[in-house]
Design a binder for this molecule. Structure first.
Ligand code: ZN
Length: 197
């Protein structure tokens, strides 16, 4: 399966705070960067659209513990922790989608409160290849919203990683996405043009 005309690559929240050393780190988060860079190159070489979402919170965001939320302070807009990983080779033409930018609303999904759906449709996209962090939160919710909006979805298994706050959360998220109709492939299969499972 070679990505074609109506496909886009979506990179979810590959930000420093979600990587080892960050304030809300995914333990194995670093392993997604190599596969994502190969996919970015592959899609860019074919002139296909690239989207990168980022958590982009105000300093008093409702998801922070000091405001009664579940998480430590993370991804405050403009901070070092909110920057994309320095290892991520995001081409200049990639569209950046900032989410959860207001104090009182949170969104795990890259579609929540953003114009991502509109931009994808405008670009003629019907299928998304989804990568990034974390499988059991922002990837899961982005995929759920994408399927509900009528997009076909391929989750790139070696290009996502889970928080696993409870052991098995990542695997359960994979099964939930599969149950909703998502397809799965590995980076090597996509680069080789193999069939999607
Ligand atoms: Zn957040």
């Amino acid at each position: 399966m070679t990505p074609g005309q109506a496909d886009a690559l979506v990179v979810v929240d590959v930000q420093r705070d979600f990587l080892p050393g960050g304030s809300l780190a995914v333990a194995q988060g670093d392993r997604v960067i190599g596969p994502i860079n190969r996919l970015l190159e592959h899609f860019a070489a074919r002139g296909l659209p690239l989207f990168a979402s980022r958590d982009w919170h105000p300093p008093d965001h409702c998801s922070f513990r000091e405001r009664g939320g579940p998480w430590p302070v993370h991804c405050v807009a403009g901070s070092a922790g909110a920057a994309f990983s320095e290892g991520l080779r995001l081409p200049a033409q990639a569209c950046v989608v900032s989410k959860a930018t207001r104090p009182e609303s949170d969104s795990y999904s890259a579609f929540g409160g953003t114009d991502l759906g509109h931009r994808l449709r405008e670009a003629g996209v019907t299928r998304l290849f989804v990568t990034g962090l974390a499988t059991d939160y922002c990837v899961l919710h982005t995929v759920t919203d994408a399927l509900a909006a009528g997009f076909a979805v391929v989750v790139v298994r070696d290009a996502v990683a889970a928080v696993d706050a409870q052991p098995g959360d990542g695997d359960r998220a994979i099964e939930r996405m599969r149950g909703l109709g998502a397809h799965f492939a590995d980076t090597a299969e996509i680069l080789a043009g193999a069939a999607v499972q």
